[in-house]
Write a protein that binds this ligand. Structure first.
Ligand SMILES: *[C@@H]1O[C@H](CO)[C@@H](O)[C@H](O)[C@H]1NC(C)=O
Ligand SMILES: *[C@@H]1O[C@H](CO)[C@@H](O)[C@H](O)[C@H]1NC(C)=O
Ligand SMILES: *[C@@H]1O[C@H](CO)[C@@H](O)[C@H](O)[C@H]1NC(C)=O
Length: 207
């Protein structure tokens, strides 16, 4: 009895570690792979469905050398301080290009390209820019309207933002998208190169 038992005891334990370890390892590997796949799926969904839109505000606006000629051409230097805020906790944004333009009643009078930049999560970036109108033709209606506003001391402008952006989390980068922002009304005091009474404007954005 005793030798028999010993034999079975001796033969049984040998294959057990091999058989016992492999399934456990397999399950662990399978779970890890499954976890990675689920994580990947969540990340891809996150990147395609999200992110929240970026927040833009016009913090300051002023104008210098403002003049409308008799032939309805405008010359002016518009100074804008635009704040861009990335509300995401984990997503950074790369601006491949950004174009800021300013208009009166939808008629663009000046624009400027901003060089590419990157915005980390929760980052706030101030963009100080000057858009110059150099003898730009205005429609009759717009010229008349702007002259009337000038005599009142405050002109009403619009600011348009068009940017090509991509989002990045960890190692995943989204495709490039076009982001548009409209900031209106931008009330600028023309009687003085001053910010007196300027109300910051929250821009509407869409991706
Ligand atoms: C600009 O154009 C849009 C539609 O193209 C219109 O809804 C909007 O009222 C216009 N804005 C001004 C200030 O004329
Ligand atoms: C945002 O990022 C820019 C450029 O990376 C940096 O100059 C600026 O200080 C940052 N702002 C904040 C509030 O972290
Ligand atoms: C424009 O600025 C001047 C100088 O600061 C100020 O006296 C005037 O009241 C402002 N005009 C308006 C309409 O806010």
């Amino acid at each position: 009895m005793a030798p028999q038992n010993q034999q079975t005891r001796l033969t049984q334990p040998q294959p057990l570690p091999g058989r016992g370890l492999n399934p456990v390892l397999c399950i662990i590997v399978a779970l890890v792979l499954l976890g990675l796949l689920v994580g990947l799926a969540i990340l891809i969904t996150y990147l395609t469905l999200r992110p929240k839109t970026l927040v833009y505000t016009v913090e300051a606006a002023s104008v210098q050398d403002f003049a409308i000629a008799k032939d309805d051409h405008i010359s002016a230097k518009f100074n804008y301080v635009i704040k861009s805020y990335n509300p995401e906790k984990h997503i950074s944004v790369r601006y491949h290009s950004m174009r800021i333009s300013t208009a009166h009643h939808n008629q663009s009078v000046a624009h400027k390209e901003i060089s590419a930049f990157k915005q980390r999560p929760k980052n706030e970036t101030r963009i100080e820019t000057q858009l110059v109108s150099h003898n730009v033709a205005l429609s009759k209606f717009n010229a008349k309207d702007l002259r009337a506003e000038t005599t009142k001391g405050v002109i009403e402008m619009e600011v348009y933002i068009t940017a090509r952006v991509s989002y990045k989390t960890w190692i995943f980068r989204s495709r490039r998208r076009t982001l548009k922002g409209v900031c209106t009304p931008i009330m600028i005091n023309v009687t003085a190169n001053s910010l007196d009474g300027f109300q910051r404007v929250l821009c509407k954005t869409r991706l």
